[in-house]
Write a protein that binds this ligand. Structure first.
Ligand SMILES: [Zn+2]
Length: 263
């Protein structure tokens, strides 16, 4: 990428990220009411919670999560704090329809902001209860929720098609959802394995994004900002902007780290 363009994009991104810290400095000024950087004005969505298997497998969900509305709302705030530098930058969700029921699968999200629907399988919960402790089940429920809620709030890459037509798009969406789950401490580091590609999504891309955060401060916030800045989004551009390397080179560097770790 041409140096001039790179510098322009970096400056644009820095202005996006530093906004919140600058606002922090101004916080004591009583007249300043425009932007809230401390998340105290976070617009918690309304949660329409339904447990359809309360008399069956869903009883276990109720036992583990006695106050699901507050649990889901709190998770929304936590996810947004991983994705955005300040509350005024978030994608707004007003309502979440959350349903616990028996089905084959784990969890899923459909719809898009401002109203999203999330399903969670109580038969899956029953299955894992046979091999997991209470703490592990709680981490699994929370981890799965973090992943789905990230889908609700995360920005989408521009100019490259959709989740279903473009692998870069797909890997960003599924990779970031697991990156947030990892950053929240809800995936054991033992799940990090060499192999695959940055385009695989889920944990493979998620741990890669997580590793990139060790090379570039607040990388996930900056990665999200690229969705607004780049007309035609791509991992190659992201790699060039922040690391001045090709995505292949970065991936290889990461693989070398993993291979050493697994020796
Ligand atoms: Zn997903």
């Amino acid at each position: 990428m041409e140096l001039r363009i790179r510098l322009f994009i970096i400056l644009l991104l820095i202005s996006t990220i530093s906004y919140s810290s600058q606002n922090d400095k101004n916080r004591s000024t009583p007249t300043q009411t425009t932007v809230d950087a401390n998340w105290k004005n976070f617009p918690y969505p309304k949660i329409n919670f339904k447990n359809e298997t309360l008399n069956g497998n869903g009883a276990l969900y109720k036992k583990l999560i006695p106050n699901p509305e507050a649990f889901i709302q709190q998770t929304c705030l936590e996810v947004c704090q991983f994705l955005y530098p300040s509350v005024d930058k978030i994608k707004r969700i007003d309502e979440i329809n959350y349903k616990v029921h028996d089905y084959k699968g784990v969890s899923g999200k459909d719809g898009s902001a401002p109203v999203i629907n999330i399903s969670f399988s109580s038969s899956y919960l029953k299955d894992i209860s046979k091999k997991m402790t209470k703490e592990e089940m709680l981490a699994e429920i929370k981890g799965v929720l973090v992943h789905e809620i990230t889908h609700g709030y995360q920005p989408e890459p521009k100019g490259i098609g959709t989740y279903f037509t473009n692998k870069e798009f797909y890997s960003f969406i599924e990779g970031e959802a697991d990156a947030v789950r990892i950053k929240a401490g809800l995936v054991p580091m033992s799940a990090r394995k060499p192999g695959g590609s940055w385009m695989d999504g889920y944990k493979t891309t998620g741990f890669f994004i997580n590793w990139l955060e060790t090379k570039e401060e607040n990388f996930m916030l900056k990665l999200n900002a690229t969705c607004n800045v780049l007309d035609k989004w791509g991992w190659e551009k992201v790699a060039q902007i922040f690391f001045n390397k090709s995505i292949e080179e970065l991936w290889q560097e990461y693989q070398d780290v993993l291979l050493k770790e697994n020796k």
